[in-house]
Design a protein around this ligand. Structure first.
Ligand SMILES: *[C@@H]1O[C@H](CO)[C@@H](O)[C@H](O)[C@H]1NC(C)=O
Ligand SMILES: *[C@@H]1O[C@H](CO)[C@@H](O)[C@H](O)[C@H]1NC(C)=O
Ligand SMILES: *[C@@H]1O[C@H](CO)[C@@H](O)[C@H](O)[C@H]1NC(C)=O
Ligand SMILES: *[C@@H]1O[C@H](CO)[C@@H](O)[C@H](O)[C@H]1NC(C)=O
Ligand SMILES: *[C@@H]1O[C@H](CO)[C@@H](O)[C@H](O)[C@H]1NC(C)=O
Ligand SMILES: *[C@@H]1O[C@H](CO)[C@@H](O)[C@H](O)[C@H]1NC(C)=O
Ligand SMILES: *[C@@H]1O[C@H](CO)[C@@H](O)[C@H](O)[C@H]1NC(C)=O
Ligand SMILES: *[C@@H]1O[C@H](CO)[C@@H](O)[C@H](O)[C@H]1NC(C)=O
Ligand SMILES: CC(=O)N[C@H]1CO[C@H](CO)[C@@H](O)[C@@H]1O
Length: 470
């Protein structure tokens, strides 16, 4: 209705405020509610945990020992209507479907990727697996194409089903830990129950090959789940519509922030159980806290508070969504001088927009429970179109690229300090971040651009981003 429209408009700061408008008061009330949600979380974190006696039984044999490899598939965005030889510059948000133009066989930088490209990349991964055997797949969401004006509930359901079947076909015996993307919903980004119960039903149904019946049950209820893979090792998959600034339901009544589906309570409770049973946790999600959250987006503040409390329990954070290859370094909130952990944001498989298809393999040590390196693979789509061959090749590893001794908190924090004093090094980061050609909409990074991307690394916990945005 009109009042809701105005409220959203005010909150996004895109229309001028009339102080006499009742909507403004309603908005203030809603902000209070969100602040209340954060306060509630902080109070909850102070409370003594109620610990269950028995740790959750791990899955049966899953194959982590010594050094293992974990694959992350991020933002696949497969386009079932991709047409070779169609027009990549059609003037719509999604092209390469009709008209006549240069859309290549394997893909185009203006468009999402065809099904045969996704299959070819998965086949390449099976090759890579011969030298680096993959123990687990993180599939961090966003399956459907960017044809946001044409989609409906059915196209979304189909995209989830098709990708689930394909991943299961290529990795029939590998653990797959999925997370739901904002592109899985319809309307895109919007999530509120009971309106989007169909989405939870679809996820629960399609993810069955990957999850236990108990995990499927929590997905059907709320989109998230947790899985103890091996003794001492747990995955928490979050349902990140709470972090979606375009989920207008978050603006209206903070329905998801510890009020309606209780993901926050569940998240804290799960971490408490993990901590008391000496488990280490990997958090898998779709939308990371990178961009400075709008005043109305309180999820990142909540996430930050939870992460700070459990930084010794959470040993990995794996996200996607931005299509960029990004880092988010967390610091303790009192002085911001001590690192507490790093969120790894993996680049997209889709070429949309201006990227080359990417996949990532993490190297993991089961004994220390630490991620020790990663192998970022990419393919040059222009070259693939010309030669007819699509081959994933190693783009970089962070240890080598940044000359780091290890991927410890201290080393990542040191890197952020080195970035401050060495533009060449920051340009190395930016080059990988774009994950694509030099010649698209992102040209050379000037000082403003460098500052922006630097802010996104440390911004979440330091308010640096707010400074940068001003
Ligand atoms: C061409 O494709 C676009 C995008 O999918 C669509 O909006 C448009 O209607 C199509 N035009 C024709 C002539 O099919
Ligand atoms: C990866 O390699 C391991 C070890 O050789 C094998 O057991 C597994 O089936 C392979 N996975 C895939 C998807 O090929
Ligand atoms: C959500 O959590 C609150 C306490 O934080 C509790 O009172 C309420 O019953 C929970 N709701 C559900 C549906 O679990
Ligand atoms: C990061 O710091 C936290 C808190 O000091 C610590 O518990 C955790 O093990 C560290 N992780 C890494 C990878 O160094
Ligand atoms: C494609 O790759 C295969 C294997 O790497 C190679 O044998 C073949 O010559 C390549 N074809 C072209 C057209 O480059
Ligand atoms: C971080 O940098 C400091 C000062 O430059 C150095 O003393 C320390 O050894 C570095 N730590 C790591 C883990 O690289
Ligand atoms: C800056 O970074 C570049 C690229 O990694 C490196 O070659 C160079 O030695 C660094 N300069 C300084 C002063 O550390
Ligand atoms: C991809 O290949 C094309 C054609 O060989 C080349 O012009 C371009 O620079 C390459 N892109 C990257 C990012 O290396
Ligand atoms: C994005 C891109 O490089 N597209 C090229 C794909 O290959 C065809 C030729 O096969 C070129 O015409 C496209 O420009």
């Amino acid at each position: 209705n009109n009042s809701n429209n105005k409220e959203i408009c005010y909150k996004l700061d895109i229309c001028s405020h009339d102080p006499n408008d009742v909507t403004v008061n309603k908005m203030a009330k809603s902000n209070e509610m969100a602040q209340g949600a954060l306060d509630k979380v902080k109070a909850r974190l102070q409370k003594k945990p109620v610990v269950l006696n028995n740790p959750t039984t791990p899955r049966s044999k899953t194959g982590f020992s010594g050094t293992s490899y974990i694959l992350q598939l991020a933002d696949i965005h497969m386009d079932p209507l991709y047409a070779v030889g169609s027009e990549p510059h059609c003037g719509e948000p999604q092209c390469c479907r009709n008209g006549t133009g240069a859309a290549g066989f394997w893909g185009d930088h203006m468009c999402d990727i065809p099904i045969w490209t996704v299959k070819q990349i998965l086949s390449q991964i099976v090759e890579i697996n011969k030298t680096m055997p993959i123990s687990m797949v993180i599939w961090s969401g966003d399956n459907s194409p960017h044809d946001v004006w044409m989609m409906d509930e059915q196209t979304q359901v189909t995209a989830i089903q098709v990708m689930s079947e394909m991943i299961h076909e290529y990795f029939p015996n590998t653990i797959v830990m999925p997370s739901c993307g904002n592109h899985e919903s319809y309307p895109m980004d919007e999530f509120l129950l009971p309106q989007q119960q169909w989405l939870l039903d679809t996820l629960a149904d399609s993810w069955q090959p990957f999850l236990t019946s108990e995990e499927v049950a929590t997905v059907k209820k709320a989109g998230y789940f947790t899985s103890v893979l091996q003794p001492g090792l747990r995955v928490i998959s979050l349902f990140t519509f709470d972090a979606d600034i375009l989920n207008f339901y978050n603006l209206l009544r903070h329905s998801n922030l510890n009020i309606r589906d209780n993901q926050t309570d569940w998240f804290i409770n799960t971490l408490e159980q993990a901590e008391s049973h000496n488990e280490k946790v990997w958090v898998v999600g779709h939308i990371p806290c990178t961009f400075y959250p709008l005043p109305t987006n309180h999820w990142c503040r909540i996430y930050e508070a939870i992460f700070e409390r459990f930084s010794e329990v959470i040993v990995g954070q794996f996200y996607g969504h931005t299509h960029f290859d990004q880092l988010v370094v967390f610091t303790e909130t009192a002085t911001h001088s001590m690192p507490t952990g790093t969120n790894y944001v993996a680049p997209s498989m889709t070429t949309y927009v201006g990227h080359d298809p990417a996949i990532r393999l993490y190297e993991f040590n089961y004994d220390t429970k630490q991620i020790t390196n990663w192998y970022q693979y990419r393919t040059n789509i222009t070259e693939a179109n010309i030669t007819g061959n699509l081959t994933m090749s190693l783009a970089y590893t962070p240890l080598e690229l940044y000359q780091m001794p290890d991927l410890s908190n201290e080393s990542w924090f040191n890197l952020t300090q080195r970035f401050l004093h060495n533009d060449t090094l920051l340009d190395d980061y930016y080059f990988q971040l774009r994950s694509g050609p030099h010649t698209t909409w992102m040209e050379q990074c000037d000082s403003v651009c460098r500052r922006l991307w630097y802010c996104e690394i440390l911004g979440v916990t330091t308010d640096l981003l707010k400074e940068c945005a001003d």
